[in-house]
Ligand binder design. Structure first.
Ligand SMILES: NC(=O)c1ccc[n+]([C@@H]2O[C@H](COP(=O)([O-])OP(=O)(O)OC[C@H]3O[C@@H](n4cnc5c(N)ncnc54)[C@H](O)[C@@H]3O)[C@@H](O)[C@H]2O)c1
Length: 388
């Protein structure tokens, strides 16, 4: 069986998630398309990289990501750094002929994402953007129902992504609140996940009309330490600096094929943890999903008998998408890790078969175009058309 050496750039939250997937993917999906080998991990200092290598099972560690790109033994470059470094690393990796998986959002702006797409297409390598939530079996099952016409013509899509980890004003000014690093706030960080699901399930978005708000306008400066996503970390008695990204976005959506919809995303909604939801209504039925209950998909079909009308709950299992590789009994529990394991499987399958997986950098760019439009719409106060 083919072995593919992975060079991972970044040893934080997503480094952990992707390393878990490389280790576990062949245990779930066997025979695996190829065996991913955790070869080298890079972080910004030798200590951070060495620590990440020990923790995540990489054979080597380096303090400069360029050494990963220059290493002829590495086949896959996995970019799990904050958003500002995605373009430079991805373009260099593509030029060196490596296959590339990059965390979302693909970049800070659609222009940066477009340059990344052009580089990977010119290099002819396999590329993927890590919108992993669409790989949740219940979400893939929703798409199957839609593809089979079970909910008819889609009329509307209502999406939310509500979290509360940044609600505390004493949460530190991590990279996620700095425009020069993150590009935007809730828009790029979490609304893009919903946009990816909306594109996956309903189709391309033609226009948006958004408002954004920043509720916490300054935060304590963090001099060192990793980003623990706010709520876990309160800094008091230290200087504060300005937040220059959005805390919340709400938007109307118009889809190319005629459906309409809405999206709300905030990281300041006390009591909501990873409340990533959608509700889709069609001429033939409705579908509801809530990531906090991700083993479940609720469906109702217009042709259900009159005495049984109402939502039914399907627990995903072996009969559903990716079920052949996951757990043998429905409702044993799909977790965040499983979505990353599925993502890894799809990526390696595409590499071995010499094609592009879904979602790839084109999807990443198209989603970035919508994210840019949300920010422009919020500034101008009106509808913005999305023109690829
Ligand atoms: N798919 C998802 O559900 C999901 C969830 C969280 C984060 N993300 C995305 O993943 C990316 C990383 O986020 P995270 O939460 O892992 O961040 P993090 O802050 O936890 O970790 C980032 C790591 O990258 C390292 N790093 C920074 N610049 C570097 C460089 N130039 N070279 C090498 N290492 C560098 C940091 O030292 C840190 O160890 C972001 O793009 C983020 O939007 C995606």
């Amino acid at each position: 069986m083919q072995h593919l050496n992975v060079g991972m750039i970044g040893g934080g939250f997503m480094g952990k998630a992707h390393a878990l997937a490389y280790a576990a993917m062949p245990m779930f999906f066997w025979p695996a398309p190829a065996i991913p080998v955790r070869h080298t991990i890079a972080d910004v200092t030798a200590d951070l990289a060495g620590d990440a290598a020990a923790r995540f099972g990489f054979a080597h560690s380096v303090a400069d990501w360029r050494r990963v790109i220059d290493d002829p033994d590495i086949h896959i470059v996995d970019i799990v750094t904050p958003n500002d470094s995605h373009p430079e690393i991805a373009i260099a990796a593509a030029r060196a002929g490596k296959h590339v998986i990059c965390e979302k959002p693909l970049a800070r702006t659609a222009a940066e994402a477009r340059a990344m797409l052009e580089a990977v297409e010119a290099a002819g390598i396999t590329h993927m953007v890590a919108f992993n939530y669409r790989h949740t079996p219940a979400v893939a099952l929703a798409r199957q129902f839609i593809e089979k016409g079970r909910i008819g013509t889609i009329l509307n899509f209502r999406g939310t992504y509500l979290q509360d980890w940044s609600a505390d004003p004493n949460g530190p000014l991590s990279w996620r609140f700095q425009k020069k690093i993150a590009g935007s706030g809730a828009v790029g960080d979490i609304a893009t996940h919903v946009l990816d699901m909306a594109r996956y399930l309903v189709g391309e978005i033609a226009a948006v009309n958004a408002v954004t708000r920043t509720y916490v306008t300054e935060r304590p400066v963090q001099n060192s330490g990793v980003d623990k996503l706010g709520a876990a970390q309160r800094l008091t008695g230290v200087p504060k600096a300005a937040v220059d990204v959005d805390d919340e976005v709400m938007t109307l959506l118009r889809f190319k094929d005629g459906a309409v919809g809405s999206l709300e995303a905030t990281r300041n909604a006390y009591g909501r943890n990873n409340y990533l939801t959608f509700e889709i209504h069609g001429t033939g039925g409705s579908i509801v999903f809530n990531y906090e209950r991700r083993d479940e998909l609720q469906v109702m079909f217009a042709d259900d008998p009159a005495d049984r009308r109402g939502f039914r709950t399907i627990y995903t299992g072996p009969a559903h998408p990716f079920g052949e590789g996951l757990w043998p009994i429905p409702a044993l529990g799909i977790g965040y890790g499983e979505t990353k394991i599925i993502e890894c499987h799809l990526f390696l399958q595409a590499i071995v078969q010499g094609r592009q997986p879904s979602p790839n950098f084109r999807d990443g760019w198209l989603t970035s175009l919508v994210a840019d439009a949300l920010l422009r719409s919020a500034e101008s106060g009106g509808w913005i058309d999305i023109v690829p």
